[in-house]
Design a protein around this ligand. Structure first.
Ligand SMILES: [Mg+2]
Length: 196
């Protein structure tokens, strides 16, 4: 494949897809607006079982890997942009190949939420899943071929954002309790079997 050709990508939700989140206990000194799912401390980042192996497998298949994550905690005020970026940086450190090179090509997040406390971020936004803004932005930034791309997430809105971006519904894989696949690794194995 020519380097000029757009790359196929696997878009990855972050929280409860790559790293545990809603099952984390509250932080020691929670912000008044904290709620389960808000993660502001990079020291609390752990890798979900199978998630690292999943990313390594998909990278071996030649996919770009892009994280797309709603972070309404910024709009609620329980985390800052800097906190979200510090957590993403930690995820980037943990998800590496056997040589220690980063597996995640880029992180996109949406700090907006319609029911927030921070006026700057309190509104609906095209980046916020289930809207497709983060995927479309990544497509342009990284020259991605959406017709050969996939998505893995643990919430229906993750998959909806993929479909809204033009991905085939068959390529938007729901994992966890609500999904067809138990975890990211099972989804990655499905992708490796069906990739074109
Ligand atoms: Mg999630």
């Amino acid at each position: 494949m020519s380097a000029q050709q757009p790359r196929a990508c696997v878009f990855l939700d972050r929280d409860d897809t790559l790293i545990p989140n809603t099952t984390l206990p509250p932080p020691a000194d929670p912000h008044p607006a904290w709620k389960p799912g808000d993660l502001s401390d990079p020291d609390r980042v752990e890798v979900l079982p199978g998630a690292l192996e999943a990313c390594r497998l998909m990278r071996e298949q030649g996919f770009a890997l892009v994280v797309v994550s709603n972070q309404g905690c910024v709009a609620r005020g329980s985390a800052t942009i800097a906190d979200v970026e510090a957590v993403n940086a930690r995820v980037g450190e943990l998800f590496v190949d056997n040589e220690g090179s980063p597996l995640i090509d880029a992180f996109y997040y949406c700090p907006y939420h319609p029911n927030g406390n921070v006026p700057e971020y309190t509104r609906e936004h095209e980046l916020r899943k289930p809207q497709p803004g983060m995927i479309l932005r990544a497509k342009d930034d990284l020259r991605l071929d959406l017709s050969r791309s996939w998505l893995i997430g643990d919430m229906p809105r993750d998959c909806e954002s993929g479909v809204n971006a033009g991905l085939s519904p068959d390529r938007c894989l729901l994992i966890g309790e609500r999904g067809e696949f138990p975890d990211a690794l099972a989804a990655a194995r499905h992708i490796s079997k069906h990739a074109d």
